[in-house]
Design a protein around this ligand. Structure first.
Ligand SMILES: *Cc1c(COP(=O)(O)O)cnc(C)c1O
Length: 402
C-alpha cells in the first residue's frame, strides 16, 4: 500500500487477531536452508517439542501435529471421533462456532447449534437443557470455542465440563483454543477437556501453516472404536510415530518446527502464568482506554462484561461505518493494521463496516499496546470521530499498576 503520510515510514504493526506479530527470534530460527529430514537435529528435537506443546496446553496426554491451518485441526478432531450420522451439540458465540458446526455438517455429522448471538457467552442453563433432552445420548460431542475471535467472547470451558458432568452425559468435550492458547488461561486436563484444537499463528507466534489436536484417553478410546478414519487425518500414528515422517503424515514442516521451537523457548522462559498475566494486563489496559473513549463517544466494546471477554482479541464497534474508516486511516497514515469486523453482519441499527477488532495476542508488550491505543486516538482525531477524553491516561494507569 502506498503511504500518503509522513508518519507511516518505520516498523509497521500488524494488530490483527492472527496471524500475530512474529518475534525476531522466530524469524531468525526459520531463516536457514532445508535440513536433512532423515537424521539429525530436526528429528532429535521432536520429544522436547511435543513435551513443551503439552506444557502450553496443560495436558499430560497426546498431541498430533498437522501441516494445515486451524480449519485443518477442526476437521482432524472431527474425523477421528465422529462418523456420518452422529450428532454434536454446538453452543456458538460467533462466526467460528458456526464455522466448526458447518465443518461437521460437511462430514455428514448432524450439528445441533445453540446460537447465543455475538455479544455474550454461552448460557450454561440452555446447554444443560439440551443435554438433558438427549435421553439416549445421541450427542457424541460438544464443540465449544473458548474464545470466538469474531465476537471476542470468551466462554467458561471448565463450567461447560461441569454441565456435562452434572447431566451425566458421556459426550466428548472438544475445545477450539485457536485464538486463546498462549493468551487466555487454559487448563486442558484440569478442566476435563477431551479434545483441544489449536494453530500456530496466534498465541504461538509462528506464521500460519501448522496446527495441533490434543486428545486424552477418553477421546483415544472413541477413536479406537471408529469404523473408519481417513489415513491422513488419523491422529494415532501422528501422536505415536514409528518413524519421523509419521508425525506429519509425510514431509515435515521443517521451518515451522524451527520457528515453533523458538516460540516455545520464549513461552517456557516467561512461564505460562506470566504469559497469561501479561495478556490480562494488556487487555485490561485496552478495555480501560475503550471505556474512556466510549463515554460521550461513538465507540463501544462488543462484549459488555469484562469477565466474558478474551485477553487476545477485542471486538469493537464505531458508529457510521467508523470501524472501516479508522482501519483505513491507520493503515495508510501510521502503518498500523487493525482487524476487520469478521462475521459481524448488519444487525438492527448496526452496520458491518462499523465493526473492527484489535489483536493483542502473542508477542505484544506494554509499549506496543500504548502505541496501538495512541494510534487509535490519533486516527479518531484525524477523522473527527467523537470520543471521550482520558483513554491513554486510563491505559497507562492500568499498566503502571500491573
Ligand atoms: C483463527 C481461528 C480459526 C481458524 O483458523 P485458521 O488457521 O484461519 O484456519 C478457528 N477458530 C478460532 C477461534 C480462530 O481464532
Amino acid at each position: 500500500m502506498t503511504k500518503s503520510s509522513i508518519a507511516a515510514t518505520g516498523r509497521g504493526y500488524l494488530a490483527i487477531p492472527g496471524p500475530s506479530v512474529m518475534p525476531d527470534a522466530v524469524l531468525q530460527a526459520m531463516h536457514r536452508p532445508s535440513p536433512n529430514i532423515y537424521a539429525g537435529e530436526l528429528i532429535d528435537m521432536m520429544p522436547d517439542l511435543t513435551r513443551d506443546l503439552r506444557r502450553v496446553a496443560r495436558t499430560d496426554h497426546q498431541v498430533a501435529i498437522y501441516i494445515g491451518n486451524g480449519h485443518a485441526a477442526w476437521e482432524a478432531a472431527l474425523s477421528n471421533t465422529l462418523a456420518p450420522g452422529d450428532k454434536v451439540l454446538v453452543p456458538a458465540t460467533g462466526h467460528f462456532g458456526m464455522g466448526w458446526a458447518d465443518m461437521a455438517a460437511g462430514l455428514g455429522v448432524d450439528p445441533q447449534v445453540l446460537d447465543f448471538g455475538k455479544q455474550s457467552p454461552m448460557d450454561m442453563q440452555r446447554v444443560a437443557d439440551a443435554l438433558e433432552a438427549d435421553k439416549f445420548h445421541e450427542i457424541k460431542a460438544v464443540l465449544a470455542v473458548h474464545v470466538d475471535t469474531s465476537s471476542s467472547v470468551r466462554n467458561d470451558i471448565a463450567a461447560l465440563r461441569g454441565v456435562l458432568d452434572a447431566a451425566g452425559h458421556p459426550a466428548l468435550l472438544m475445545a477450539d483454543c485457536i485464538a486463546s492458547l498462549g493468551c487466555d488461561a487454559f487448563e486442558m486436563d484440569a478442566w476435563g477437556v477431551d479434545v483441544m484444537v489449536t494453530a500456530c499463528q496466534k498465541g504461538l507466534m509462528v506464521p500460519a501453516g501448522v496446527s495441533f489436536v490434543f486428545f486424552n484417553d477418553r477421546a483415544a478410546a472413541v477413536r479406537a472404536k471408529m469404523p473408519r478414519v481417513s489415513r491422513y487425518w488419523d491422529w494415532v500414528p501422528r501422536a505415536n510415530p514409528d518413524g519421523f515422517w509419521q508425525y506429519f503424515g509425510g514431509t515435515a514442516p521443517t521451518h515451522h518446527l524451527y520457528g515453533l521451537r523458538a516460540a516455545l523457548d520464549m513461552l517456557m522462559a516467561e512461564g505460562m502464568d506470566a504469559v497469561w498475566a501479561r495478556h490480562d494486563l494488556l487487555a485490561r489496559a485496552i478495555w480501560a482506554a475503550c471505556d474512556a473513549w466510549s463515554k460521550d463517544g461513538a465507540l463501544s466494546l462488543n462484549v459488555a462484561d469484562a469477565g466474558d471477554r478474551s485477553r487476545a482479541v477485542t471486538s469493537l464497534y464505531l458508529e457510521n461505518g467508523g470501524g472501516t474508516a479508522l482501519r483505513d486511516w491507520l493503515e495508510t497514515h501510521l502503518d498500523l493494521t487493525l482487524g476487520i469486523g469478521l462475521g459481524m453482519g448488519d444487525d438492527g441499527a448496526r452496520t458491518s463496516d462499523g465493526y473492527f477488532r484489535l489483536g493483542h495476542m502473542g508477542h505484544v508488550n506494554g509499549h506496543m499496546i500504548m502505541g496501538l491505543l495512541g494510534g487509535m486516538e490519533t486516527g479518531m482525531r484525524a477523522l473527527d470521530i467523537p470520543h471521550g477524553p482520558g483513554a491513554l491516561e486510563a491505559a497507562a494507569d492500568v499498566i503502571s499498576k500491573g
